[in-house]
Design a protein around this ligand. Sequence first.
Ligand code: ZN
Ligand code: ZN
Length: 357
Amino acid sequence: MTERIKKLRGLMNEAEVDAFFVTRPENLFYLSGFSGSAGSVLVGREQSYLFADFRYIVQAAQQSPGFIIVEVPGSSHEQLHKVLEQEAVVTLGCEGDHLAYSQYVALQEGLSEIDLKPFDGLVEKLRLSKDNDEIATLEEAVRLADEAFKEILEAIKPGKQEREVALQLEYAMRRRGAERAAFTIIVAAGRRSAMPHAVASEKTIQYGDLIIMDFGAVYRGYHSDITRTVVLGKPACCQLEIYDIVLEAQQRGIAAVRPAVKAMDVDRAARDVIEWYGYGKCFGHSTGHGLGLQIHEKPWLSARDETVLQPGMVVTVEPGIYLPGWGGIRIEDTVLVTPDGHRVLTRSPKQELIALG
Ligand code: ZN
Ligand code: ZN
């Protein structure tokens, strides 16, 4: 944590602010280790403060050694103002992309002498490349999802509802130690698999259905994200054909992941394959996204993101082909950028379309 605060102070220096006020929960956790649902952090030039209400004082002291814990009644900024005065802050940075406008106004009211400067993604800049602890935690989150996938393959039978599959995936992850599912689990069978973000419904799974399962686990705050598409019964040849195209696109995308490559180039590599086979219009979303303390974070593996990949970044690679009225196929892995290329963290099998039953 101290290393992270040090790096933030470096950015604060560049941005010419005396102190930085952090409200986004993920950034709060990243900097202080505090996991309560309400609180804020002020990083000054030398001291760091954690503001929390009565419910969290003991927890804050345990989770955030090195921080001065300040108890605040509700959402009042009175204590913060006192600290700012004490610290002789002239310019205060805040998270312009998170702080609600009403909070911004309330904050500014008591700060007549202080210049309040909003920033976009200052702490997020630090979060882009994960350190070894974060990578180990992410690997565990990925492992929990892999284990759940292995288990669900035994459980999918004709007549089972999509939402039963989703529930079972979540149970399998949580039983092994996941805090929760990383997002609302997607299970989409048959024609519904043509909707890239179909939340699990009451639809019962039938022979011949393609089944897209997109899910992940949260472990110690970190998210994993995996998609596998399987078929119930003997696969039709067009299902095999489309699966192989998506797999080829995904592998090309993964092969492009390495330091110094732009995020948009990974998207291009995967998209080129799908376009070459004539399905470009059936792949309407981006190829992937960063993940960590949030399920979707920078960099975006999209046509427009020029972020240059660096070791420690963790991204998903998840191309898909969706044909309305027929179904869809998506394959998604979590991939770590390493100094000499990449390492695929997801271990679930994908080399061929898995046929169940
Ligand atoms: Zn996903
Ligand atoms: Zn994803």
